[in-house]
Design a protein around this ligand. Structure first.
Ligand SMILES: Nc1ncnc2c1ncn2[C@@H]1O[C@H](COP(=O)(O)OP(=O)(O)OP(=O)(O)O)[C@@H](O)[C@H]1O
Ligand SMILES: [Mg+2]
Length: 347
């Protein structure tokens, strides 16, 4: 199939199929909403700022924006802004003519020229030096630039997508990032939700990774033990999907049988089993600790079963809704982290 035929075929595909092809998987309502935003703004030819914690899929989202846009047949060029040295900044971005500086034995096209017609993805903009911020701001004003040592001013026809994993507003307030540059970047905005707020997506993604590894390593498929599923749902995932992917790979490679019992879970169980009762601890305090542990475990299971719906959880557990709500808050279990489409087992 030619490129054009493939593109024609793709144009008829549903957004759902497109996102699966682009590897952006997830079914939780919050993530679905993010995909709807990506789909809507892909066709709007303006600068986009993608924000989100580390490992939440910002680069995948940037690629999706590019491949769903009319620029998809032109290049997608990622630039790690933290790796742009101040002394070679203009030369890296705008290229240089032969002899422009001592080491310039030949002329070179910069990243902007390489992305001509397509998308320049400025990754980790929070790591830009103050000088890089000024240079980029100037370029963003009218998309014109001059290669180092060149006479002619060139005009770049490209779309800029920027990404950051820190709060740029905060950096602006602390004087670490230029407000005018933030305005230029953030004409359109996408925020990638953290994994801990994506309900059962963590399970869907874990199973997806396990399937991929089975194919990649040509080994039999493996499945998650029910307790592994509970552990995945209760973990906070500071490294988000990348952390999950790495953990699944380790578990896949190290698991003896066909069932995966996640190591941190085994460790937590072992700790719990020998949770020492301090010789000086009073009966009252040991009992309070055991009860708190029981409550937290019980609530996790209950909320998973009820997909975060506290009213349903109250009915299942025969507890009063407001009492249950207080317990959920007491144990720091935001009910929306368990939220998915519909309850698994409504009773
Ligand atoms: N929705 C998703 N479905 C499947 N895989 C995903 C999804 N989102 C991210 N991934 C995978 O997770 C990993 C991290 O994604 P990506 O590099 O896009 O994150 P990032 O936000 O750019 O991270 P960082 O801030 O660390 O640069 C990649 O291997 C990517 O393929
Ligand atoms: Mg990234």
């Amino acid at each position: 199939m030619t490129e054009i035929e493939a593109w024609r075929q793709r144009r008829n595909e549903s957004p759902e199929t497109a996102f699966t092809r682009l590897n952006l998987l997830g079914a939780s309502p919050g993530f679905r909403e993010t995909l709807r935003i990506i789909e809507r703004i892909a066709g709007v030819d303006a600068t986009v700022l993608i924000q989100g914690e580390t490992g939440t899929g910002k680069e995948l989202a940037a690629r999706a924006l590019h491949y769903l846009s009319s620029r998809h047949e032109f290049p997608f060029i990622p630039v790690n802004c933290g790796a742009l040295p101040d002394n070679l900044l203009e030369s890296e971005l705008f290229g240089h003519e032969r002899g422009a500086f001592t080491d310039a034995k030949t002329s070179s096209r910069g990243l902007v020229a390489q992305a001509e017609g397509g998308t320049l993805f400025l990754d980790e903009v929070e790591a830009m030096t103050p000088r890089a911020q000024v240079v980029l701001l100037r370029f963003l004003q009218d998309h014109t630039y001059r290669p180092v040592g060149g006479r002619q001013v060139a005009s770049g026809n490209l779309r800029i997508i920027a990404s950051s994993n820190v709060d740029l507003e905060g950096m602006v307030r602390r004087g670490e990032f230029r407000r005018d540059l933030l305005f230029r970047f953030g004409i359109l905005n996408v925020t990638m939700p953290p994994l801990r707020e994506r309900g059962r997506d963590v399970v869907l993604l874990a199973e997806h990774f396990l399937d991929c590894f089975a194919t990649q390593y040509e080994r039999p498929r493996k499945r998650l033990h029910v307790k592994s599923v509970d552990w995945l749902l209760s973990h906070d995932w500071p490294g988000n999907i990348r952390e999950l992917e790495n953990l699944m790979l380790r578990e896949f490679l190290l698991a003896d049988g066909e069932v995966i019992r996640i190591a941190p879970m085994r460790q937590a169980e072992a700790e719990k089993a020998c949770d020492p009762i301090d010789a000086d601890e009073t009966f009252k305090s040991a009992k309070a600790r055991a009860i708190a542990q029981f409550e937290k475990n019980y609530l996790r299971h209950l909320l998973t079963e009820a997909c975060g719906n506290v009213s349903l959880a109250a009915r299942i557990s025969h507890k009063d809704r407001s009492t249950l709500n207080k317990l959920v808050k007491k144990h720091g279990l935001a009910s929306d982290r368990f939220r998915t489409g519909s309850p698994r087992n409504p009773r």
